[in-house]
Design a protein around this ligand. Structure first.
Ligand code: UT7
Length: 331
């Protein structure tokens, strides 16, 4: 049976750097609190009128296509993971497809938030293993800026979430390499612990002055609840991936966790007893870009020579839904 290999990676981060001190001018917070609780020193926020979710996705995709050494026309399917699409309808997949000049091929949108990239990777893996497609473009891209309540009320989310895009080209390979397994989970009991309520469809109007006043268009997060579940599920789903392949934590060459909070990554690292050089984190510079964190981190780690051919790589994520997942792959 065919296997799925990640052959190209790319990323785009909007140039506007927002340091913690700038956030203190908007809300009651400070650099030391943010670094101590999240590890974040700065993040990127988009510039309205300049970047869009799609424009960032296009840049990340072009970089991934170049990195894979393929022609754009070789792509036969697109999977776009985002919870912050440019339009309510249609999804971002078709916008990216149009921009890349790939009219006619299928384009799928995935809405699994922080786990979106892993859900997308798993879907791509199934399509490739069955022989339906040979070359798939996967993107995770988000603009969280416009969903952040930048007052004291929203400060626990506003200091964490940020904007950016990452992309991967995955291709069929006949060799014993690439994705070994993917593992997806969700528990809808916790849907409202991390969510954006509006604009919902199940009411008289989707938008009204009252709804705007209520603030349901902003991202709501019960940080403590998310944190507590995240540390358990991350660990569990990484062990699941290792067990499925007869591997142990010490076999991992590189763990790339979804960049939710540096404390969460460090907690997982300690539980798995992994040395620093086996865990890649860049949340310090980019914050939490939801579906984009894993492909951004992979692209950066590859460029830095930290993610190398032949490495046993574990990817894991947890977020809104709650949804979580992992992938084990021979890079
Ligand atoms: O991507 C996946 C989804 N997201 C996550 O995985 C995030 C998970 N959660 C977290 O990362 C953390 O829960 C937060 C960073 C959001 C919050 O950290 P915490 O250590 O859980 O803080 P807390 O909510 O327990 O708040 C501790 C204190 C409170 O003050 P009091 O009541 O002790 O006086 C908060 O009001 O810190 C206060 N606080 C802040 N202070 C300064 C909350 N947010 C801020 C802030 N700046 N931004």
């Amino acid at each position: 049976m065919k296997k799925t290999k990640i052959t190209g990676l790319g990323r785009f981060l909007p140039p506007r750097i927002v340091i913690n001190d700038e956030l203190s001018t908007m809300m009651n917070t400070n650099h030391d609190w943010i670094v101590e609780r999240t590890g974040i020193e700065e993040r990127r926020w988009f510039t309205p009128g300049k970047e869009t979710v799609n424009s960032m996705a296009v840049e990340a995709s072009k970089m991934a296509i170049k990195d894979a050494g393929i022609a754009t026309q070789d792509i036969d399917f697109i999977i776009f993971a985002t919870i912050t699409p440019d339009y309510f309808v249609p999804g971002n997949g078709v916008l990216l497809q149009r921009e890349l000049g790939l009219q006619g091929i299928g384009a799928l949108d995935v809405r699994n938030a922080c786990s979106g990239f892993l859900y997308a990777l798993s879907i791509a893996d199934q399509f490739i293993k069955t022989g339906m497609y040979r070359t798939i473009l996967i993107v995770g891209a988000e603009i969280q800026y416009s969903a952040l309540d930048k007052s004291d009320t929203g400060r626990s989310s506003a200091v964490i979430f940020a904007d950016g895009a990452g992309a991967a080209i995955v291709q069929a390979t006949e060799k014993e390499e690439g994705i070994l397994s993917t593992h997806l989970h969700a528990d809808g009991d916790y849907a409202e612990e991390l969510y954006v309520k509006d604009p919902g469809s199940s009411r008289e109007t989707r938008i009204s002055p009252d709804l705007i006043k209520e603030g349901g268009f902003n991202l709501y997060m019960n940080g403590n609840a998310v944190f507590k579940h995240a540390v358990v599920r991350f660990h569990e789903v990484i062990l699941e991936a290792l067990q499925a392949n007869g591997k142990h934590p010490e076999d991992i060459d590189l763990l790339i966790p979804h960049q939710a909070n540096l404390r969460i990554s460090q907690f997982i690292q300690a539980k798995l007893q992994l040395p620093d050089q086996k865990v890649y984190n860049n949340i310090m510079k980019y914050g939490n870009t939801t579906a984009a964190t894993i492909p951004i981190a992979m692209s950066e780690a590859k460029e830095l020579g930290i993610l190398k051919p032949g490495d046993l790589v574990c990817l894991a994520a947890f977020g809104s839904g709650f949804a979580w997942g992992s992938a084990l792959l021979r890079f």
